[in-house]
Design a protein around this ligand. Structure first.
Ligand code: ADP
Length: 260
């Protein structure tokens, strides 16, 4: 009965984890991981939740660098990996388990077995929200994660560019197919403000994400500008919501976290 209860409670299968949110994008390089990291840190530090961050971007894990977490996880008495914590968030990444520059050339079943280890094989403890940084795209791995983890919801990240938005629509449709509620769309790299003259440039176009969200019946969760500080702080492993908590950008991330 205990097992049945554990499996049926709120529909997810990781012990101690209340809700699982996927951060997804149709395309790579649109800022999915950056959004996942800042969202997780904001949920922990501004919304005061117990937060985990799972790097499921198995082919390009970037959480170790962005969260400044490294090394091999220790193993608990129950033989589960202990997540590595920083900035108030418990992190797990395939990057902890493979050599830094080694190519990850796995086939489907190996990917699934790695993900199994990184979810149910981890001593997460009590977690309110587990944020999952998904692999980009809508292939097998993404579909399996969506089904196996019984996600509470998915957040989609896109730039305002048409080519990214087309893939963002695909992503949204994939989640709808497997009945995962879509929490909304975040537009990343929406606008660049010149640090010299203050002029705003819409490098990847403007208004497209808001329009797409409306057409696809998704909530528009906010706009994150293209800003040097976001890139710089990510590269240093101290997300912008930590390194510049009072900046307009951090406020934009906090607003997304509050809506989620
Ligand atoms: P993805 O996970 O979609 O592949 P990343 O989050 O790794 O994308 O971002 C790709 C690159 O763009 C990284 O170098 C990141 O620091 C940078 N980046 C992401 N969002 C922004 C932003 N709003 N402003 C400036 N640089 C950004």
């Amino acid at each position: 009965l205990g097992a049945v209860r554990e499996f049926s409670s709120k529909g997810n299968l990781i012990k101690g984890v209340k809700d699982i949110i996927a951060v997804a994008s149709g395309k790579g390089g649109v800022g999915k991981s950056t959004t996942a990291v800042n969202l997780a840190v904001s949920l922990a530090n501004t919304c005061h939740l117990k937060v985990g961050l799972l790097d499921a971007d198995i082919y390009g894990p970037s959480i170790p660098m962005m969260m400044k977490v490294s090394g091999k996880p220790e193993v608990s008495k129950e033989l589960k990996m202990i997540p590595i914590e920083n900035h108030g968030v418990k992190c797990m990444s395939i990057g902890f388990l493979v050599e830094k520059d080694a190519p990850i050339v796995w086939r489907g079943p190996m990917v699934m077995s790695a993900l199994e280890k990184m979810t149910r094989g981890v001593a997460w403890g009590e977690i309110d929200v587990l944020v999952v940084d998904m692999p980009p795209g809508t292939g097998d791995a993404q579909l399996s994660i969506s089904q196996r983890l019984q996600l509470s919801g998915a957040l989609i990240v896109s730039t305002p560019q048409d080519i990214a938005l087309i893939d963002a629509r695909r992503g949204a449709n994939m989640f709808r197919k497997v009945e995962v509620p879509i929490l909304g769309l975040v537009e990343n790299m929406s606008c660049f403000k010149c640090p010299n003259c203050g002029e705003h440039s819409y490098i990847f176009g403007s208004g497209g994400a808001r329009r797409t969200a409306c057409e696809m019946d998704m909530e528009f969760l906010g706009e994150i500008p293209l800003e040097m500080e976001i890139r710089r702080s990510s590269d240093e492993g101290s997300p912008v919501v930590i390194s510049a908590p009072d900046s307009a950008v951090s406020k934009a991330y906090n607003e997304v976290a509050n809506k989620v």
